[in-house]
Design a protein. Structure first.
Length: 93
C-alpha cells in the first residue's frame, strides 16, 4: 500500500519526480505526526535531516516512519526545520 499509493511516481512539467514531499505525504495521510529534525555537516556540506512518524491504528508497536533530507546553506545558526521540512522529498519509509 505504501509503495503503490504513497510513493507513487508523479509527473511534473518537464521533469520527473520519483517521490512526494513531506507536506504532500502528510496531507495524503491526513493525521497529525510526531516529527524530528537534525542539522549535520557531512562531505563539506550542511544537511537538514527530517522524519515523521505515524502510529498505525489498531496495531500495537507498528508505525509508519518517513525520512528526508536537503542541503542547506552554511550558517552558525541552522535554519528552522519547520520552514524547510514541508518541501523536503521523502527519501525513505
Amino acid at each position: 500500500m505504501v509503495t503503490d499509493k504513497l510513493m507513487k511516481r508523479v509527473r511534473e512539467s518537464r521533469r520527473e519526480r520519483r517521490t512526494q514531499t513531506m507536506a504532500e505525504l502528510s496531507a495524503l495521510i491526513g493525521e497529525p505526526a510526531t516529527y524530528w529534525s537534525m542539522h549535520t555537516r557531512m562531505g563539506g556540506r550542511n544537511w537538514m535531516n527530517f522524519g515523521k512518524v505515524w502510529r498505525i491504528a489498531g496495531e500495537q508497536r507498528r508505525y509508519l516512519s518517513i525520512a528526508g533530507s536537503i542541503a542547506v546553506p552554511y550558517s552558525t545558526a541552522p535554519p528552522s526545520a519547520e520552514e524547510l521540512m514541508d518541501d523536503a522529498p521523502v527519501d525513505g519509509f
